[in-house]
Design a protein around this ligand. Structure first.
Ligand code: PEP
Ligand code: MG
Length: 896
């Protein structure tokens, strides 16, 4: 018996099946499946993806491949009763790409391989003396082979065709007769020779081998590389190559070609959907040479083939238990199946079709859940642009927080709040945002920055608020009152529209449609939509996901309204409240006082002023999450973020001096800013370090948390606060904070019955590697995968995505930004080690994650596998995380 994989590179269709997609690609596996179902598939064989991988890795050689192809070609010739290149009765083949994941139009196909100056006559004889057909097939071969195998510019062939038509004074290709096409073959050969320096190859086997090599190479064509990156398809899979006996749909009125769906790909309705084109080849359908007719019309044209096709469609649906799409050709009244696959569909159709198949008893709820994804659900939650008016695209940045927003351009947070207060929609445009911009970000419909990636401040905050955001649009030149891009100057007050999914920025106002799925989650669905099949399907699958999942889903929220919304979306608590976000706006002045305080008394006064405000913040949050855990993280960012910029201050002081004015306070501030300046603030005085250096700061927060909890308990509520210490790297740091916190808690809580857990972020690699010790002092761990990625890779999270990730993606160093989807092997390993070692010390240690990865579908599956207790993500990602956590918990799929 022949082996599989590397020791066997070629499979006849009869040898494969639909589960061998890794090896045979989607097209090859499904052609094999149809062959084995006894459906009419032209004979052929598939060269594996492993052969492609070896071909690309070795610089174009695969040991033994040629011999295997020879033996499979012989079998194919035997099956068809024809020989490749036989001058009297040639076998012709198509050479088609077919990767594991469909990459429509990205790779190459060559049809009619096997034709040459001699066999063209044999083909004509096969076609009952149809010379025109034979020469047309030959000229198509030269054109396709020239373009795809030898990189001859396609428009040179187009020009030659155009010349032939003008010389004859006709408009359509079909008006050229056999002699015209024969002359055109001559012209095409000249084009070929001019560009390649060689004659068009007459040896059919050489044609075939070179076409196969070209398909292998097309795996790395720039457009294929780009497509893979967008679709998150791994770069190392390679494509399979299918060599299939040609059948012709262009042999007259009793021939044709078409596509069919076994049900409506938009709604899932059963029925007959598709198009048919009489007397044509597949490429003619794509080129739109003539208009297709609805598939139903085939009944009148060729009832026998039509009935057979309907029977096959039913067989395929019954077999795949899903919507299939099909390509077929009819050659002189004989139906041939050229391709089938489980059909692509929109996000909305994925949900409705899954629900429909449950109703029809075709699949169960688990299987239905497997067939929808969090990414699809996320798509359904964004408002969308209606692009019917074809708006002008100004530029493209990183789609950082999905959604569609338009408004007048403003360049400062103040202006944003001012205009929003007048009822205007605004888009806040900044080079990058900082915590001071928060009021403006809240007021704006959307945020556009020219710097920073998906974990920049703008991106993280915008996602947290569910606000549309495009980051890192690096072609923008942002000045204080205008931005310049691709020849346009956009001034304050001009209207732009931004798409946070695609990253596109449009000039002018593009109309927006709201999402009915969000209305459903919000519980304020328009009654007219309550029976919408899509909403019903989402409800059904979400309910099942919740039943299945083991992971709890919490939210990252800093305010009462955010927490309340997340709770409506199904959040089971707050996994991260970033308290530094509470020190903005009018409270800045209080923080400044704290920073500038001289001596214990002044500092204590500043802290005393902050405490009641913090207490009120926490009480609001605990109330909204009554009965559910709320993890409050002690203040994290560098203090200098609260101070004015060094440059601004220096100028201010210099000007004041020049004018002889007093600038005492500014000077004091300037000295503080200078003192606190850090070269690497992300690695500097943050988190627990700050808490250990500024006496009373963490203590004030702990007291405010404990008092708020007691207050809620006294109202009859059930507070479940958890205090979290950021940026811990050594157990001693945590022990020190814990000792102080426990004292304060004991003082405040008394016999109120309130219990407060104390735990830590695990976001510094050293903490992950010493988790066994740290667990001694922690009731819980929450993985801060943003910082863990930053420090694990040594990537500055605000800079690298815009700076050089494009190159890393191009080189395949990673397939997706590790800030977006967890790097399982590296950063993920740190998470795994810390989980195992933490639980070895303390078996009941609660484990969660609150970095951005908590809302990423792929990463949610990883956290399920590692055994975390919960993921925490921004409110809008909560439904996505619930769905994916449910999918992650499904039993392994049984194939076959
Ligand atoms: C993290 O680092 O993953 C985290 C949640 O903290 P922050 O993003 O606030 O640094
Ligand atoms: Mg962090």
């Amino acid at each position: 018996m022949e082996g599989k994989g590397a020791d066997k590179f070629v499979y006849d269709f009869a040898e494969g099946n639909k589960d061998l997609k890794d090896l045979l690609g989607g097209k090859g596996a499904n052609l094999a499946e149809m062959t084995n179902l006894g459906l009419p598939v032209p004979a052929g064989f598939t060269i594996t993806t492993v052969a492609c991988q070896q071909y690309l890795a070795s610089g174009a050689h695969v040991d033994g491949l040629e011999e295997e192809i020879t033996s499979h070609l012989e079998k194919l010739e035997e099956a068809m009763g024809k020989r490749l290149g036989d001058p009297a009765d040639p076998l012709l083949v198509s050479v088609r790409s077919g990767a594991k994941f469909s990459m429509p139009g990205m790779m190459e196909t060559v049809l009619n391989v096997g034709l040459n100056d001699e066999s063209v006559a044999g083909l004509s004889a096969q076609a009952g003396g149809d010379d025109r057909f034979a020469w047309d097939s030959y000229r198509r071969l030269i054109q396709m082979f020239g373009k795809t195998v030898c990189e001859v510019p396609g428009d040179e062939f187009e020009q030659a065709l155009h010349n032939a038509k003008s010389a004859k004074g006709v408009r359509d290709d079909t008006d050229l007769d056999a002699d015209d096409l024969k002359a055109l073959v001559g012209a095409y050969k000249d084009v070929f020779a001019k560009h390649t320096g060689d004659d068009f190859p007459q040896d059919p086997r050489e044609q075939m081998d070179r076409a196969i090599a070209a398909v292998f190479q097309s795996w790395n064509a720039p457009r294929a590389v780009l497509y893979r990156r967008q679709e998150r398809i791994p770069a190392d899979l390679g494509t399979a190559v299918n060599v299939v006996a040609m059948v012709f749909g262009n042999l007259g009125a009793d021939s044709g070609t078409g596509v069919a769906f076994t049900r409506d790909p938009a709604t899932g309705e059963q029925g007959i959907y598709g198009d048919y084109l009489q007397n044509a080849q597949g490429e003619d359908v794509v080129a739109g040479i003539r208009n297709t007719v609805p598939l139903q019309d085939l009944e009148g044209l060729d009832k026998k083939s039509y009935d057979e096709l309907l029977g096959i469609m039913a067989t395929l649906e019954g077999h795949y238990h899903d919507l299939c799409d099909i390509e077929f050709t009819i050659e002189r009244g004989k139906l041939w199946m050229l391709q089938t696959r489980v059909g692509k569909r929109t996000a909305a159709a994925a949900f409705t079709i899954a629900a429909q198949l449950i109703d029809e008893g075709v699949i169960d709820l688990d299987e239905a859940l497997r067939r929808v994804t969090g990414a699809q659900l996320a798509q359904l939650m964004f408002p969308r642009f209606d692009l019917a008016g074809d708006p002008e695209v100004l530029t493209k940045g990183v789609g950082a927080s999905p959604g569609a927003a338009y408004g007048e351009v403003v360049f400062t947070a103040e202006r944003a709040t001012e205009l929003a207060a007048q009822g205007k929609d605004v888009i806040l445009v900044r080079r990058e945002t900082n915590p001071d911009d928060l009021p403006g970000m809240i007021a704006a419909q959307g945020i556009l920055t020219s710097r920073g990636g998906k974990t920049s401040h703008a991106a993280v905050v915008a996602r947290g608020m569910g606000k549309t955001c495009v980051c890192g649009a690096d072609q923008l030149e942002v000045s204080p009152s205008a931005f310049l891009v691709s020849g346009h100057t956009v001034n304050e007050g001009d209207v732009i529209s931004i798409d946070g999914t695609t990253g596109r920025v449009y000039l002018g106002e593009v109309p927006v449609r709201p999402s009915e799925v969000v209305q459903y989650f919000e519980g304020d669905l328009d009654p007219a939509l309550a029976n919408e099949p899509l909403v019903a399907a989402v409800h059904r699958l979400m309910t099942h996901a919740d039943e299945r999942r083991r992971l709890a889903v919490r939210t990252n929220a800093d305010t009462g309204p955010d927490a309340a919304r997340a709770r409506r979306f199904g959040a089971q608590g707050v996994g991260l409240c970033r308290t530094e976000h509470m020190f903005l706006g009018d409270r800045r002045e209080l923080v400044e006082r704290l920073i500038l305080a001289e001596g214990d008394k002044e500092r204590q006064a500043a802290l005393d002023a902050l405490k009641p405000l913090q207490r009120a913040d926490f009480l609001e949050l605990f109330r909204e999450m009554n009965g559910l855990p709320v993890t409050v993280r002690l203040i994290d960012p560098p203090l200098h973020e609260f101070l004015p910029s060094l440059e601004d201050l220096a100028v201010h002081v210099a000007v004041a001096k020049e004018r002889g004015e007093s600038a005492k306070r500014s000077e004091k501030m300037l000295a503080a800013v200078r003192r606190m300046h850090e070269s690497n603030p992300m690695l500097g005085m943050r988190g627990v370090r700050l808490g250990l250096v500024v006496p009373g700061l963490f203590g004030m927060q702990v007291r405010a948390i404990a008092e708020a909890a007691v207050a809620l308990a006294q109202e009859g509520g059930r507070p479940r606060p958890e205090i979290m210490v950021p940026l811990v790297g050594a157990v001693q740091e945590l022990e020190t904070v814990r000792a102080e916190a426990e004292k304060i808690i004991a003082e405040v809580v008394g016999d109120s019955g309130v219990e407060i857990a104390i735990g830590t972020m695990i976001e510094v690699p050293r903490a992950a590697l010493t988790a066994g010790q740290i667990a001694e002092a922690a009731d819980f761990f929450s993985f801060g995968t943003n910082d863990l990625t930053q420090m694990g890779w040594g990537f500055s999270r605000d800079d690298v995505e815009g700076a050089f990730f494009w190159r890393y993606l191009e080189l395949g160093i990673f397939g997706i930004s590790p800030f977006e989807s967890i790097d399982r092997e590296g950063v993920g390993r740190l998470v795994r080690i810390a989980s195992e070692e933490g639980r070895a010390t303390r078996p009941d240690l609660k484990l969660g994650v609150c970095g951005e990865h908590g809302g990423d579908p792929e990463s949610v599956h990883f956290f399920h596998e590692v055994g975390l207790d919960y993921v925490s993500c921004s409110p809008f990602r909560v439904p996505v995380a619930r769905l994916e956590a449910g999918r992650a918990a499904l039993p392994a799929q049984v194939t076959g």
